[in-house]
Design a protein around this ligand. Sequence first.
Ligand code: PMP
Length: 456
Amino acid sequence: MIRLWKHSFLFQLSHLVLPTAGFVSLPTSIYRHAVPRVTGAIAMALGNDNPFNCDDTISPMVKTVAPSKTIEVFTLTQEMKARGEKVVSLCVGEPDFQPPPAVIEATIAAAQEGNTKYTGVTGTMDLRKAICADLLRRKNLEYAPADILIGNGAKQAVYQAVLAVVRPGDEVIIPTPYWPSYPEIVRLAGGVPVIVETTVEEEFLLTAEKLRGGLTDRTRMLIFCNPSNPTGAVHSKERCEELAAVLSEEGGKGKGVWVLADEIYERITYDTPHVAFATMPGMFERTMTVNGFSKSHAMTGYRLGYLAATPIIIKAATIIQGQITSCASSISQAAGLAALNVSDAEMQTSFDIMRQKRDFVVKRLQEMPGLTTAVPEGAFYVFPDVSTHYGKTAPDGTVIGGATDLCLYLLRVHSVALVTGEGFGYPKGIRLSYAASMEAITEALEELEKCLVSLK
Ligand code: PMP
């Protein structure tokens, strides 16, 4: 009897805490039998397609997480290429240009000069100082080196910022379409993603009203990606002020909410100037600014990004990073320092090319039947709403039920790789990355048009 009671108590306990962090230790029999069922049910309810749902080898925590859709498409494309099949890919989220020459030179010099050892967890003082100077000069943001934590890419910065403040059961507002890692990172931290939809008609901009509508007494954080991956939407200064006002409303539910401002694309903007969310009235102390070198300096493989925030957050995130990866690569940090010394004029050359590609892509998409396209003001993505084509049939009899069907059909029949909107929480759209050669862009768009015209 007592045994039974114990087991049922532990089962309930596991029900409560295991989906979040798995931090109690349970008898193996419970893990084997009860936990997989519990977490499997959670994963099913979440609608994710985690391959471990029916397997009890893997930790229950992993089962609540969906695999990255963008990486999935990329892998499929790589496999097709490896088989010798031709694929035109507009699905990768990285610039097609090389890092500035000074970055490459600094990389080689760092290795040759023996700059190859661990650095402190937070990163070298030189790089943190340079980041502060850069944020002050370009973004009017006043951080001290102690407010900066350098890590292995902005992804790690996002993860640690979430882990630093999100408690089991806390809600985190994530506007759609979103970068696919956000909800999964929130789940890994034990939080609950609260999805607030923005639409193509709204140019994928979050309104004060929608933000207010998503806030509850349990809201802990807003994740605000500006410029946005996957839409390229840029929230103007006025729009950011409106959002900040909601978070400051007297008696409102936004008062104690943290803002994770993912500004990794801030250097790539077109006509709407980007403002740092931390410069909005009353937002500095509450905003965690994420940025990095992957997109602006084409340094994706260097794995270098950072978190800038109030010291208590940086201390918490540093403890976490100290137990996960220690420091970012010393060589990458030396290269990052060189990257921040590249002149604005030199950087602008690549951004001007991006703008030309953006203009071309938008014009071509606007010529295609049944698409609604919001003009992206930043990053290198465009996210047309293709939903008027759903339910149609392709010449080979394939029924295009939704975005994933369309992307798979495009890949199979037209050899074009794009990313399904389902991965971004917006199944009406698909994402095209125009950080590719003009040749690839032109060909992919021709094939997309042929495909759409052929659907009946
Ligand atoms: N945030 C957003 C919105 C991104 O698109 C990406 C990269 N795809 C990241 C963060 C992570 O970038 P990093 O390479 O610096 O980890």
